[in-house]
Design a protein around this ligand. Structure first.
Ligand SMILES: Cc1cc2nc3c(=O)[nH]c(=O)nc-3n(C[C@H](O)[C@H](O)[C@H](O)COP(=O)(O)O)c2cc1C
Length: 183
């Protein structure tokens, strides 16, 4: 699949078939994550792959009832939880080097998008899930203090095609020379 076609065609998928994700497909997706760029190549990401229906159901309780991805948390054969090790991305000798502090959100975000695009190119669906009780998820998944849960995605074969929500026009977000200036 052509890269632009993959970028444009990927949709958030919220309904999944129960068919399992083959181990070699999972490995390919982790290989894609492995090659994501990161701050000074710190690679702060960690991935928890959840197959156990009991753990999936428990984790689903961390989502608010109104989260449109709620049912996919138990329908999809696999849930991937993206975590970030704190205090590495954006740090030099233990000190944050920019006003932004920890860049773990940024690096795990790139890793997540790399994963979502690779999954789509292999015929699999994903949806980034960010709206949930992170503290509760960390407790359920026994995540240590030096690591944060950032986001998760169900992974599986789509049961429906998502439709593309409208995007802003390029002219709405590109400026010339200074903020707000149009070329
Ligand atoms: C950081 C982030 C958090 C998101 N959180 C949720 C979520 O909690 N629940 C959900 O259903 N979709 C969530 N989404 C998916 C967005 O709603 C979706 O990407 C957006 O509407 C564009 O649709 P598309 O992915 O099909 O292009 C999230 C996406 C991102 C990038």
């Amino acid at each position: 699949m052509d890269l632009m076609e993959t970028i444009r065609g990927r949709r958030s998928i919220r309904r999944y078939k129960p068919d399992p994700v083959p181990e070699e497909v999972f490995r390919t997706l982790m290989e894609a994550v492995r090659w994501a760029p990161s701050w000074a190549n710190t690679q702060c990401w960690e991935v928890i792959a959840i197959k156990d229906p009991k753990v999936k159901s428990e984790l689903a309780t961390a989502l608010p009832k109104g989260n449109p991805a709620l049912s996919s948390m138990t329908d999809a054969p696999l849930i991937l939880v993206l975590c970030g090790k704190k205090g590495t991305s954006g740090f030099y000798k233990g000190q944050a080097v920019t006003v932004k502090g920890d860049w773990l959100m940024f690096d795990t975000g790139i890793a997540m998008q790399t994963l979502c695009l690779a999954a789509y190119s292999l015929g699999l669906g994903t949806v980034v899930v960010g709206m949930f009780d992170h503290k509760k998820a960390e407790e359920i998944l026994k995540v240590p203090q030096n690591v944060e849960v950032v986001a998760m995605t169900p992974l599986g074969y789509p049961a429906t095609e998502g439709s593309a929500p409208k995007r802003r026009d390029i002219s709405e977000f590109v400026f010339s020379d200074h903020y707000g200036e149009k070329g």
